[in-house]
Write a protein that binds this ligand. Structure first.
Ligand SMILES: Cc1cc2nc3c(=O)[nH]c(=O)nc-3n(C[C@H](O)[C@H](O)[C@H](O)COP(=O)(O)OP(=O)(O)OC[C@H]3O[C@@H](n4cnc5c(N)ncnc54)[C@H](O)[C@@H]3O)c2cc1C
Length: 295
């Protein structure tokens, strides 16, 4: 059995993706001590620049749009250069018939009826998006209803044109959330569009696919991690978070990190892989919503 080492810090951060490393850097700037625990053997999480057969590929996130002001500020701060997406020439659309069609502009080429249906649905989405506060989507007057129906099912109620529906779904599902349209609610789709300013912005390739980072977007977490130095520890999957009035202990297979606070910077679908001990505590805010929904 391997030995356990104990570390202490003001804040233990779980996850060395862009979120965890940005938080860690800000906390260090504020004079706090941090330990960042990362499960994998690399930092960056969903930002991963790799090389396949000698060709550089960005396997996760790569684009920077003008509304990503915090990211743009971080790029400036880290001295990372960006470049404009290649915009010259036609785009290529492969439709349901499998045939490749060249086109210009934002609307994928289809029959005139489908194209106008796509335009109409963009208008519907823009209107609903304008009513959605990206910082408080739950305040949308129809939040509960829109959160109870998948984006795919909701689109079926909006249009009989399957190709138009698929094209609208694509802008949020495949292009943004990278999961199928049946796997998230319509409210989540609106939150995604609202966070980009409008649904039309997601359709506008010149906006949403505006710039890339020289060396790849993973350069951001790599640079943040480098400046954090040995505060970041790889191959340390946090299995358990024990917490009480005086603080928290993050436990991996070989480390115990005792801290005043924990910051869980992992994707929501992975929260549940960590055991929280105790799972709930009266009068306290839980790490997850499980206590609230159980009470
Ligand atoms: C295919 C794809 C394309 C994308 N395109 C873009 C784009 O063009 N532009 C853009 O801005 N964004 C894009 N995104 C989104 C962007 O990648 C994410 O928003 C961002 O990387 C999320 O960062 P994060 O730190 O919140 O989470 P993550 O990057 O997921 O980082 C979480 C980290 O936590 C670690 N972790 C998980 N569980 C534990 C545990 N128990 N203990 C310790 N560590 C743990 C993980 O290994 C991971 O390193 C894209 C995403 C994908 C998947």
């Amino acid at each position: 059995m391997s030995e356990t080492t104990t570390l202490t810090a003001d804040v233990v951060i779980i996850g060395a993706g862009a979120t965890g490393l940005t938080a860690a850097s800000d906390l260090v700037k504020a004079g706090l001590s941090v330990v960042v625990l990362e499960a994998r053997d690399r930092v960056g999480g969903r930002l991963w620049t790799n090389s396949i057969d000698g060709q550089m590929f960005e396997i996760g996130g790569q684009w920077v749009s003008p509304d990503q002001t915090a990211l743009l500020a971080t790029l400036d701060e880290l001295g990372l250069a960006t470049y404009e997406r290649f915009r010259t020439g036609d785009s290529v659309y492969v439709g349901r018939d499998g045939a490749a069609k060249r086109f210009t502009g934002d609307i994928f080429p289809a029959t005139p009826t489908t194209e106008s249906e796509i335009e109409r649905l963009i208008g519907v989405m823009d209107e609903l998006t304008a009513q959605t506060d990206p910082d408080a989507p739950w305040e949308h007057p129809r939040a509960r209803e829109l959160d109870s129906v998948s984006f795919k099912e909701w689109l079926i109620t909006q249009s009989d044109d399957e190709e138009a529906r698929d094209n609208i779904a694509l802008f949020i599902a495949d292009a943004m959330l990278t999961k199928p349209a049946h796997a998230f609610s319509t409210l989540q789709a609106l939150l995604m569009a609202a966070s980009a300013g409008s649904f039309s912005n997601l359709v506008d390739a010149d906006f949403i696919l505006d710039r890339r980072v020289v060396g790849g977007l993973q350069s951001v977490p790599l640079a943040l991690s480098e400046s954090l130095g040995d505060r970041v520890t790889l191959e340390q999957a946090v299995r358990t978070l024990e917490w009480n009035e005086s603080g928290v202990v993050a436990i991996t297979d070989t480390l115990r990190v005792e801290a005043k606070r924990a910051l869980v910077a992992v994707p929501p679908n992975l929260y549940g892989r960590i055991s929280y001990d105790p799972r709930c505590r009266a009068g306290a805010t839980s790490f997850t919503n499980t206590c609230r929904s159980a009470s």
